[in-house]
Design a protein around this ligand. Structure first.
Ligand SMILES: Cc1cc2nc3c(=O)[nH]c(=O)nc-3n(C[C@H](O)[C@H](O)[C@H](O)COP(=O)(O)OP(=O)(O)OC[C@H]3O[C@@H](n4cnc5c(N)ncnc54)[C@H](O)[C@@H]3O)c2cc1C
Length: 443
């Protein structure tokens, strides 16, 4: 590829001619007759002649244009550019300071940020406000706005406020869905719906070093592992069939579907037979973000996770209990009772039928489990056209949504429903948003 050596270009004589040309633009030349019609092609050379063509071309253009300082000049609505601005523009266009990336425009970006901050202050917007300057026309006159920025699965305050019975909950999906779409829609008067519906809870490991949860194989209804395992609540007692198949966290109880109980903090108690049988974490990609994006490589023998404190271990159950904040007597009784059930091959408390194996082989291990979910369903209510609506059902003008943000699913999760909804409302809302009349014309 041919490279251009800019330093070979002799700019100084060109700049001096340009300066003289600009002077003529701002110097009155009364009596000059502006040609009524210009044959543009007649002033352009037949063949390219390089930079030498410029001085003559500038002069030709000036002769055929309005001189800004002439008494006969008619300014209409737009003011004439100040000579200093015109000169500065020369430098600006040479630097090509578009503000797309800071690397391209460190100086100008700083100015832009400062101005946005000043404007936000004047308008009383929060300090966290950001923005960008745009020319009018197509960018400023957005035809419609389309929000599809996911749910609130990483917003603990919204989780506490809206999801039934959960003091906290984490996701094994995207860590970036923080409920921004819910907040933004509320700010423009949208109604909210399905805020109490979510694809969960399940029970999974959440550690401070990672943003999303780790699914435990032993808890999956379709997977068996050798060795003993139970889950206990904060009182040291079991509270459910640990292996039961839920419908995305909903269980059929007393003739209706209810959220599975997750008394926090919960602990999975495991014996050495299970611990030494392979990784406790389900490393399959379906497990979500940690395997697919953060790519945490769980050790095959669980030793790395034991060493970094995610798994606690003691020689006896009585010693393990205080290490995880539980009453030793209760936990020992719970484990003994479980072991008796296993001996009789029947879980008299919760009817568990899978992995009926005693917790027998020391040492013993504990992992703290948290409520986990795939995604939330709540958010701004949308109508059949994909428009976000207000409490009275009228659409917020030009505002559309798709996906799990304000999903159509009200309480129970429909299998694979989210992806289906993403596709259908992506199409419906996208088409309708695109068919809105541009702002300037449509009002
Ligand atoms: C492990 C797992 C398995 C699943 N399995 C199934 C299944 O089998 N079938 C099914 O139907 N559903 C399934 N789901 C649910 C389904 O995947 C999601 O509900 C769906 O992908 C949501 O798509 P979305 O486009 O609405 O949101 P997302 O795909 O979550 O996209 C939202 C995007 O917005 C971005 N964002 C957030 N805030 C902002 C902001 N302020 N500005 C700009 N961007 C922002 C986020 O970073 C994210 O990229 C599963 C979910 C998980 C986690």
């Amino acid at each position: 590829m041919e490279t251009i050596n800019f330093s070979d270009l002799d700019i100084a004589p060109l700049a001096s001619t340009l300066g003289r040309t600009l002077e003529t633009i701002y110097r009155p030349a009364t009596g000059r007759v502006i040609p009524s019609e210009t044959q543009v092609t007649s002033i352009l050379p037949e063949e390219g002649v390089g930079a030498e063509a410029l001085p003559g071309l500038w002069q030709e253009i000036v002769e055929r244009s309005t001189r800004l300082a002439e008494p006969t000049m008619l300014g209409h609505m737009d003011t004439a550019p100040h000579p200093v601005a015109a000169l500065t523009d020369c430098v600006v266009s040479a630097l090509n300071n578009n503000l797309l990336f800071r690397e391209l425009s460190p100086f100008a970006s700083q100015i832009e940020e400062g101005l946005i901050e000043a404007f936000a202050q004047r308008l009383g917007l929060p300090v966290s406000s950001t923005g960008t300057f745009c020319s009018g026309g197509s960018i400023a006159n957005l035809t419609a706005l389309f929000v599809a920025c996911g749910g609130f699965e990483n917003n603990q305050e919204m989780i506490r406020n809206y999801l039934p019975g959960l003091p906290y909950c984490y996701t094994n999906g995207s860590p970036y869905n923080e409920g921004d779409g819910v907040r933004m829609a509320m700010e423009v008067g949208a109604d909210l719906w399905h805020m109490n519906n979510f694809a969960g809870p399940s029970m999974a490991l959440k550690v401070p070093e990672y943003r999303t949860t780790f699914s435990m194989i032993a808890l999956h209804f379709s997977r068996d592992m050798p060795g003993g395992m139970i889950v206990v609540g904060p009182d040291g007692n079991r509270f459910a069939d640990e292996k039961r198949k839920t419908s995305h966290g909903k269980v059929y109880e007393s003739g209706r579907w209810a959220s599975m109980s997750t008394p926090c903090p919960m602990h999975m108690i495991v014996d050495h037979a299970l611990f030494s049988s392979g990784p406790l974490y389900d490393k399959e990609p379906r497990s979500g973000w940690n395997t697919m994006v953060d790519r945490y490589d769980w050790s095959d023998d669980n030793r790395a996770e034991l060493a970094n404190g995610w798994i606690k271990s003691r020689g006896t159950i009585a010693a393990l209990a205080p290490a995880i904040g539980l009453d030793a007597r209760t936990l020992v009784d719970t484990v003994n009772r479980w072991n008796e059930h296993c001996e009789k091959e029947e879980d008299f408390d919760f009817g568990r039928t899978q992995m009926l194996v005693p917790i027998a082989e020391p040492p013993f291990y504990a992992l703290e489990l948290s409520p986990s979910m795939l995604n939330t369903q709540g958010g701004p209510r949308r109508n059949g056209n994909g428009q976000i609506v207000r409490p009275d059902g009228t659409p917020v003008p030009r505002l559309y949504s798709a996906g799990e943000l304000g999903s159509i699913y009200s309480y129970l999760y429909q299998g694979t429903g989210n992806i289906g909804e993403c596709l259908s409302f992506g199409r419906i809302s996208g088409r309708n948003a695109a068919s809105e009349k541009p702002w300037a014309k449509g009002g």
